[in-house]
Ligand binder design. Sequence first.
Ligand SMILES: Cc1cc2nc3c(=O)[nH]c(=O)nc-3n(C[C@H](O)[C@H](O)[C@H](O)COP(=O)(O)OP(=O)(O)OC[C@H]3O[C@@H](n4cnc5c(N)ncnc54)[C@H](O)[C@@H]3O)c2cc1C
Length: 258
Amino acid sequence: MGREIGAAHEGETLMLHPGTEGKGIIPLGNIYTMTWQPANMWVNAHGNRFVDETVAFSFAHAGNTIGRQKGHYAWAIFDDAELQHAKNDGVDNGVGVLVPVMTKLKNIDSEIKNALAAKSESFKSATSIEQLAKAIDVPVANLKHAYDSYNLAATTHYDEAFNKDRMWTRPLNHGRLYAVKLMPYHFTSVGGLRINTQMSVVNTDDNPIKGLYAGGNDVGGIYSDTYTLWASGHAFGFATYSGRKAAQNALDYIKIGK
Ligand SMILES: Cc1cc2nc3c(=O)[nH]c(=O)nc-3n(C[C@H](O)[C@H](O)[C@H](O)COP(=O)(O)OP(=O)(O)OC[C@H]3O[C@@H](n4cnc5c(N)ncnc54)[C@H](O)[C@@H]3O)c2cc1C
C-alpha cells in the first residue's frame, strides 16, 4: 500500500545459511549437523580453501560465502577424529536452536553407512586425500595443497591462509576422510519501506509522506544479506522501539493534523 502512494523501499534481499541434501542425508540429521562444525576444512570446486571455516558460527555469512563460489557449492571435509569428537563429546556448533550445541551425534555411523550405500552425490569418503579429490571431482594438486597446508597450520598453530583460530584448526589425518557437499539455503527474506529517524515513510526524494509511519518488519534496510547473530534481540528490539515511536508520531499527526 505504501508503494502505491510513492513510498521508497530498500533492502530487498535474502539471508542464507549453509546445509546439505542428497541421497542418504536427513534434513537436520547427524551428517547435516557435521556441515556446521567449525573444525571442518572447506574447499570449493577448484579444491581450494576460500574462507576461515569458523564462519560456520555465523550462518548467514557462511551461506553468503558458499553462494559466491563457483557452482554455488563447497565441500566440508573432516576425518574420523572429528566424527568421534562429535559422537562422544558433542558438536561445537549447533544448527541454530534446532540442534543445540554439544548434541552428541549418536546416529552418525548409521547415517554414513546409509549415505555411502545409497552412493550419495553429497557424501563421499576415502582413505587418502588423492582418492577424496577424485571422489569430489576437484583438481588433486589443489586439494592436496589445501590439505597439507591445513595440517601444517594445525601443527604450527598458524594458518597462513586465513588466520583461522588455532582452537578450531585440528589436524585431519586420523583414519578415513569424509566430504559433505555444502550448499546455501534460504533462511529468510528481508526488505521493506524506507523511513527516516521519526519512523515516517519517505518517498524516493527522502521526503516524508504525511501521515504514513512504519516500524518493525515493514521497514527495509535494517539488514542487508547478513544477520547480526551476535546481537541478540536486535530485530525484536527494533520492532518494539520503532513501533512505539511510529505510533506516538502517528497519534501526534492525528491530533495536530500536521
Ligand atoms: C522463528 C523466529 C525467531 C525469531 N527470533 C528472534 C530473536 O531471537 N531475536 C530477535 O530480535 N528477533 C527474532 N525474530 C524476529 C522478531 O520476532 C521480529 O522481527 C519481530 O517480531 C517483528 O515485529 P513486527 O511487529 O514488525 O511484526 P510482527 O510481529 O509480524 O507483527 C505484525 C502483526 O500484524 C498483524 N497483521 C498482519 N496483517 C494484518 C492486517 N492486514 N490487519 C491487521 N493486522 C495484521 C499480524 O497478525 C501480526 O500480529 C524471530 C522471528 C521468528 C519468526
